[in-house]
Design a binder for this molecule. Structure first.
Ligand code: CA
Length: 417
């Protein structure tokens, strides 16, 4: 625990994700009142709307942006104001402002007592495919006998456009989807998926809009980012396998994608920027980046069965990704495609090289052929009543910056007539 967190006017535990260096932002409501903006600190939420109303933030914002259903208006205020707000809250939390140290109860609410809401208005959602280990594992499982990576993979960050209507928050139930699935005779049948899976991902939140026709320069990419969330790209492998050629994922993916409630800001993640893998062959000029465009975030996944047996099934790090977030954003916009505040762009499944570091059950169970032992149970894919929880923590000798938890439980398929 460093000095700054020891100075905090509320107790901060050694193991909290939400340190003074973090202060991630989200949307909460308290006692059935309006949704508003908050920052997480230790076990508490800072009520930003209350602080603005009491005149503590009015020199930064002349009108209230904190009484809102989403973070979008705050994000639109720009990078300087994000930073000023963060510094102001840091000074309040370390007792450096005389007015509010005595009345802490009113602007600090226990997280247990508030309801967290989906924090963004997301116009567009894109999902990349940026981890080499994952792309190679999937290539081996889906297209046996061929080169696991397709010829374009090392020349550009591959992606597909996802669906924003089914983006949901941590805690939302995931209803097992129905779909067309091939039987053993290779004939399509209609039934609920038998291979429901998760994908461990990080997603960037766009912080600055662009005009159509103006690409984002790779060395400017960071300026367009507000922050990151954890993301689970729920996937029905049997539906995906039958539908994905020639245009890519559709109903195997678009039924649910979930994110963590707190957006960890780019500013809080700056100390954890690092280099990624060496890229060979060399990339084209618009994808050539400065050093330090990867993020050093430890990520893990725990499966809790419907009988409450738990197993950590994955531990990996986002610095393993082949294509950086800067390369993803530069590539996404190189043709003039514009981006908007609140857009989400996910990394793609983050897998490491070795077993134990893989970011989906497709890989962990070798496409359902090798069962995981969880106490006296076994799993190849996710069963009804099981939960998947994802955690992410960036840490150095001084402090940690964590994402909190992204956890969702799977419910049985709906009954069809
Ligand atoms: Ca994905």
């Amino acid at each position: 625990m460093n000095k700054l967190n020891k100075e905090c006017i509320i107790p901060i535990s050694e193991t909290t994700d939400f340190t003074i260096e973090n202060l991630p932002m989200g949307i909460f409501s308290y006692k059935d009142k309006n949704k508003k903006l908050g920052m997480a600190i230790g076990e508490y939420v800072v009520d930003l709307e209350y602080l603005w109303r009491k005149g503590l933030l009015d020199r930064i914002f002349d009108k209230n942006v904190f009484d809102s259903n989403t973070l979008n208006k705050f994000i639109a205020s720009g990078k300087n104001k994000w930073s000023l707000t963060r510094k102001k809250i840091q000074s309040l939390l370390t007792g450096k402002h005389p007015k509010f140290t005595k009345t802490k109860k009113e602007w600090l609410l226990l997280q247990q007592k508030v309801i967290l809401h989906f924090p963004l208005k997301v116009g567009d959602y894109t999902d990349f495919y940026s981890s080499e280990a994952h792309a190679a594992n999937v290539g081996r499982l889906f297209r046996k006998n061929e080169d696991p990576l397709l010829p374009n993979w090392k020349h550009m960050p591959i992606a597909y456009h996802g669906r924003s209507s089914s983006l949901m928050l941590s805690g939302s139930p995931i209803i097992r989807p129905w779909g067309q699935i091939l039987n053993k005779q290779n004939e399509p049948e209609f039934h609920p998926t038998k291979s429901l899976d998760f994908e461990l991902e990080l997603a960037m939140v766009i912080g600055k809009s662009t005009k159509n026709g103006t690409p984002i320069n790779i060395n400017n990419a960071k300026e367009h980012l507000f922050g990151f969330v954890l993301l689970n790209d729920w996937s029905a492998r049997d539906i995906q396998r039958w539908e994905y050629q020639p245009l890519g994922p559709f109903l195997g993916k678009n039924f649910a994608t979930t994110i963590s409630p707190w957006v960890v800001t780019m500013e809080a993640l700056e100390p954890f920027l690092c280099d990624g893998p060496i890229q060979n062959p060399p990339v084209l000029s618009y994808l050539t980046q400065n050093k330090g465009m990867h993020l050093d975030i430890n990520l893990d996944v725990t499966l809790t069965t419907n009988k409450q047996n738990k197993l950590k099934i994955t531990g990996t790090n986002s610095k393993n990704i082949y294509w950086s977030f800067a390369q993803q954003l530069a590539h996404h916009t190189i043709n003039g495609c514009n981006v908007n505040i609140g857009d989400l762009m996910a990394s793609g499944t983050i897998s490491g090289e070795k077993e134990g570091e893989w970011g989906s059950l497709l890989e962990i169970s070798f496409n359902g052929t090798k069962a995981l032992k969880i106490e006296n149970e076994s799993r190849t894919f996710i069963e009804d009543g099981d939960s998947i929880s994802i955690n992410g923590i960036a840490e150095n000798k001084e402090f940690r910056v964590g994402f909190g938890s992204l956890e969702n439980k799977v419910l049985p398929a709906i009954k069809m007539e």
